[in-house]
Write a protein that binds this ligand. Structure first.
Ligand code: ARG
Length: 588
């Protein structure tokens, strides 16, 4: 099925051809002057040189051939040589009928589906899930859904941070607090207890305490580093503790992600890459890719033409310990082996961009990644508070994700209760659904690479470019459709008619852009394009709605046509918000 813009371009190209010009000049684009026309074609300007003619003459020739066109109801040559266009309502309606009949809403599935592994979420075990990790989860989840909708095989991996110093810190702190635990007894022969010696609540207190102490107490820090090292060497008591930390933490993370409606196919962790490290290091040495630099094993990754110095990628520290880089490279080896992805996409804080440049170059240069596999980085900016600084709690502490969600849902709950449109017993549940839309849309509607201000008042508003506004629009349509059915109407009956007014045509035209919005959002890795599409569509619908008395319309054919249009609008809105990772309630 050809895309909407392609169909318009085809109609235009035919006219160029019939007027004796090259088809290639027939490209149609959205109008720069929506007050004058819906679309425009600038091909006559482009062709002027080749044909040694004034552009307006070419435009005039083409426009002549568009008289009676099934595609355009208006075509006008204007100085200095643009062609202004309005689309034929019949043509528009027949496209929308096809779209409505297709459960995929006329979005084509990829002809050559790719296997894409998305590395997102990236929380660190034992540290509470804080807002710093929110963006990765939200953006990554949306990229995953977009990719799947377009027919790709997408694998989401949470890639837990479970192998760093935070583990040694917790072990050390536990040892100081409870030195008698069996985990610290030399010569203990096991088995170690099944139950963890701490709860998630305790764990969340232990980590910050240990981290704070390590900053003041050098000996303590040394101890934690040593514990990390021993854990990585496989010391049984520490390994057992690590396992407890992992289990307790993961249960909590799963709960949080579930609430965010973020799901991962893989719950892999940094430590899963460890078995690949020795062979990888051996390979890098043997092939001569890596060399020693002040005792550390490094791979040079700078390239000619670098504007700034790209430092070498460090593979092993001088004491032989592995690093974040080592794990990431070994994870690439593992992913290649297990999944042979066509692409690995990392959705990570943009402050790690240089780091990923090093890792990608290193993997490429050393052929750890196959030629045909693309490594890409979607770096996102910081979520700031209204003061322009990274988002904090009111007390100035690190904001836990759970806390943020509770705050927003409470805010939504108040608004919903004030609205009195939802039964009291359903208000809490509705507040969760709407609250999630406020958070996710607030994030996604900003260009991912930029920092943005998390503005609770604005994000939870029912008006403006917000999640709740979109849900409100969907709920409004649902309620009209429900009433129509209650009055005996059948949603499957009736057929779309040509638009009866300007605002109806504008809504129809918005609908045609769905496929293009979804495709470019995915290909350019910019989910905010789905957001702008949605906002435009919701606005177009609301304008039409305010001008049209739908349910009291006497002409049954007209009424059922509008119902068809509403159904399609609703479906398009619902599919779109699903691609962003949230859903709509029945009422609000
Ligand atoms: N855990 C890391 C952090 O908190 C993010 C992990 C990103 N993914 C990766 N493969 N390095 O910064």
């Amino acid at each position: 099925m050809k895309k909407w813009m392609e169909r318009l371009t085809q109609g235009m190209s035919d006219a160029f051809e019939r007027a004796g010009y090259d088809r290639g000049y027939g490209k149609v684009a959205l109008s720069n002057r929506p007050d004058l026309c819906e679309y425009q074609c600038n091909g006559a300007m482009a062709g002027a040189k080749a044909y040694k003619k004034a552009p307006v003459q070419i435009a005039g020739d083409v426009v002549e051939k568009l008289q009676g066109s099934p595609v355009f109801s208006m075509a006008e040559a204007v100085g200095p040589g643009f062609i202004n266009l309005k689309v034929n309502p019949e043509f528009l309606v027949s496209f929308l009928k096809e779209m409505a009949a297709d459960e995929h809403l006329s979005v084509e599935k990829a002809q050559e589906p790719k296997t894409i592994l998305i590395d997102y979420g990236g929380p660190n075990v034992a540290k509470p899930l804080h807002v710093g990790h929110l963006r990765s989860a939200i953006i990554g989840e949306s990229m995953k859904r977009l990719g799947r909708f377009l027919g790709h095989k997408v694998i989401g991996d949470v890639h837990l941070g479970d192998w760093g110093l935070q583990m040694g810190l917790i072990i050390t702190e536990l040892k100081h607090r409870s030195p008698d635990l069996v985990y610290f007894q030399e010569g203990f022969e096991g088995p170690y207890p099944q139950e963890a010696p701490f709860t998630i609540g305790e764990l969340e207190e232990i980590y910050p305490a240990a981290s704070a102490r390590s900053k003041e107490d050098e000996a303590y820090k040394e101890e934690a580093m040593e514990a990390t090292h021993l854990l990585q060497q496989g010391k049984p008591g520490y390994h057992a503790l690590w396992n407890h930390i992992l289990q307790v933490s993961m249960a909590d993370l799963k709960k949080n992600y579930e609430r965010l409606q973020v799901t991962f196919d893989l719950w892999k962790k940094e430590s899963d890459a460890q078995p690949y490290i020795p062979d990888m290091v051996e390979y890098l040495k043997e092939k001569g890719y890596a060399h020693l630099d002040q005792g550390a094993l490094v791979v040079d990754v700078k390239e000619e033409g670098d504007a700034k110095e790209i430092p070498p990628c460090m593979i092993l520290k001088s004491d032989g310990a592995s690093l974040y880089n080592t794990t990431d490279l070994a994870t690439i080896v593992e992913r290649m082996k297990l999944f042979h992805p066509d692409e690995i996409l990392y959705v990570v804080d943009k402050r790690q961009e240089l780091y990923f440049t090093q890792v990608f170059r290193c993997a490429r240069k050393t052929h750890l990644v196959e030629e045909g596999t693309q490594l890409s980085f979607l770096g996102f900016g910081t979520m700031n508070g209204k003061d322009g600084k990274p988002f904090k709690t009111r007390q100035g502490g690190v904001m836990r994700l759970e806390e943020l969600m509770n705050d927003i849902c409470e805010e939504m709950y108040q608004k919903i209760v004030d609205n009195r449109s939802v039964k009291a017993e359903n208000a809490r549940e509705t507040a969760q659904i709407v609250g999630l839309s406020a958070i996710k849309y607030g994030d996604l509607s900003n260009q991912a690479t930029k920092d943005y201000v998390f503005d609770t008042d604005r994000f939870t508003s029912f008006e403006g470019d917000t999640g709740p506004y979109l849900l409100y629009t969907i709920v409004r349509i649902k309620s009209i459709l429900n009433r129509y059915q209650e009055e005996g109407g059948d949603l499957r009956q009736g057929s779309l008619q040509v638009p009866a007014c300007e605002s109806e045509k504008a809504l129809m035209l918005e609908l045609t852009n769905f496929a293009a919005a979804v495709e470019s959002a995915f290909e350019e890795k910019v989910p905010h394009k789905v957001c702008s599409y949605l906002y435009g569509l919701a606005n177009a619908f609301n304008r039409f709605y305010h001008e049209t008395k739908i349910l009291s319309e006497e002409d049954q054919a007209q009424k059922s046509s509008w119902i068809q249009l509403l159904s399609l609008t609703r479906q398009t809105l619902e599919v779109s918000i699903d691609l962003l990772g949230f859903s709509a309630p029945e009422r609000m």
